[in-house]
Ligand binder design. Structure first.
Ligand code: ADP
Ligand code: AMP
Length: 223
């Protein structure tokens, strides 16, 4: 991992939206949709950790592999440094594939969907105070029964070490005990936009779009 400077981003220029939900709730799937329609850059904490784990010479490779298999929260120093570096890189070479992306990313501005983060209170507090204050949290609520079915199906082809019944059970426990308190904390701050993600991908996305458009309007911001 490249050494990280403790850079803090200006939240009036850089929009950060956290996307939370249990394992298999559909965070990655729906972020892909949002990227296309709203010119966000999607950063998945899990994907960044898996990339760091696979990077030759990473001093954190084994640690990350062990935490992921056990469904545990990787220490925030590692996760936040990866996110900060990824944000810096995106701001240094912003997307310009569409006129709206070029305009929303001009003059140091940027828009990030940060998926699967923060999963623990220490991360939430550290990121908001030292990296960039988040705008709101999109929370995908789903039942364990549905998430289990989706993850076992995904596990047939994902090659992930944690898409198996034993790891999934541990991930559900971590989500309930450690990550739900983060959702509750932001809920008390009035920052949670909740969507029911049990339905089909298309139906969930329709709800998300409506909720996102309404929230941006309330914030007086362009969607
Ligand atoms: P997460 O990022 O929350 O872990 P994913 O987006 O990877 O979840 O979704 C988990 C699996 O479930 C994927 O294989 C995905 O294609 C599938 N999936 C996601 N949303 C839905 C949905 N609404 N209905 C059915 N399957 C879904
Ligand atoms: P995901 O790809 O979101 O399903 O995450 C897979 C695994 O990566 C989790 O079970 C954790 O072990 C690790 N992970 C993902 N996001 C975080 C995070 N924000 N903080 C620490 N560990 C994380």
């Amino acid at each position: 991992m490249a050494p990280t400077q403790e850079v803090r981003f200006d939240s009036s220029q850089v929009t950060v939206i956290f996307v939370l939900g249990g394992p298999g709730a559909g965070k990655g799937t729906q972020c892909e949709n949002l990227v296309k329609d709203y010119d966000f850059v999607h950063l998945s904490a899990g994907d960044l950790l898996r990339a760091e784990q696979a990077r030759e010479g990473s001093e954190y490779g084994q640690l990350i592999a062990d935490y992921i298999k056990e469904g545990k929260i990787v220490p925030q120093e590692v996760t936040i440094a990866l996110l900060r570096n990824a944000m810096k890189a995106a701001l240094a070479s912003p997307p310009s594939n569409t006129p709206s992306a070029a305009s929303k990313w001009s003059d140091g501005r940027g828009r990030f969907l940060i998926d699967g983060f923060p999963r623990k209170m220490d991360q939430a507090l550290e990121f908001d105070s030292k990296v960039c204050e988040s705008r709101f949290v999109l929370f995908l609520r789903c039942t364990e029964e549905v998430m289990l079915e989706r993850l076992l199906e995904r596990g047939k082809t994902s090659g992930r070490t944690d898409d198996n019944a034993e790891s999934i059970k541990k991930r559900f426990r971590t989500f309930e005990e450690t990550s739900m308190p983060v959702v509750e904390y932001y809920g008390k701050e009035g920052k949670v936009v909740e969507v029911d993600s049990v339905e089909s991908k298309e139906a969930v996305y329709r709800q998300i779009k409506e909720a996102m458009d309404g929230t941006f309007k309330k914030l007086g911001q362009e969607p």
